[in-house]
Design a protein around this ligand. Sequence first.
Ligand code: AMP
Ligand code: MN
Ligand code: MN
Ligand code: MN
Length: 283
Amino acid sequence: MTAKIDLHCHSTISDGKFTPQELVAHAAKSGVKVLALTDHDDVSGLQAAREAAVEHGIHFVNGVEISAMWKKRTLHIVGLKIDAENTALKTALDKVRIGRDERAQEMSAGLAKVGIHGAYEGAQEIAKKSILTRSHFAQFLVQSGHVKDVKSVFKKFLVKGKPGFVDHQWMNLEQAVELIVGAGGSAVIAHPGRYDLGRINMLLLMHEFRRYGGTAIEVVTGSHTPPQFQQFAKIAHQFSLKCSIGSDYHGPGLSYMAMGSVPELPAGCVPVWDDWPEKQYLN
Ligand code: AMP
Ligand code: MN
Ligand code: MN
Ligand code: MN
């Protein structure tokens, strides 16, 4: 069975292909009944998505995916049911977006050193008015013929040790969780299987995250393999964390999992939506 809930996806507000309205229409067509939009470090698409959800007869949940640091690594923390008008959250995200722009200029300078010029402008042209992410640089590098596809572009240019990588300082994990909780939301560790932490650090992360007020982890995500669904269901249980589901959909050709094709949580998981009114729409 596929899940009727999807609590992680992206629109043109960050690095997705569809506008918030198009994304909601796509979700509705794909059989999703409860949807959260979780753009990177930006909540400005939520209002439009919420209005579109009414039009398409689906139920919308405010979301965001915040870039954070823990032990010198970048983690993504999803905030669900946040108040998008919360001042502290808005101010902090404004700051992150300024930092992203500086980072993009440094990335471009790094690429120029290996003979790739105009990457900042190129990425900006693809991103249009949205924030600048490594995805936009990846697309620029493919479109300008420097690499053949988006998969190899990350390995060659955009990860640690490569010319387009910048060791950016995001806010720390504790701040990210506090901002989300302070805005009335639930904090969820996005795609924990992607962080390459090792067993001890993974357990330490779960412990700290809970201590800061974190609620859940993504168990079923486009970034996990089926054995990882089981692995993280077990970890969630061990730490009394709830479980979330998200496709992490970015648009056609940009995602591992299509919307509406996301498996349900493994048996025994307590869903992050367990005490939400939206739960009634999932039967
Ligand atoms: P940023 O937040 O600017 O570092 O960009 C991260 C985004 O780049 C992620 O949210 C993904 O959309 C994309 N991304 C990161 N790593 C990969 C990869 N190996 N292959 C494809 N897309 C990736
Ligand atoms: Mn992304
Ligand atoms: Mn992510
Ligand atoms: Mn994401």
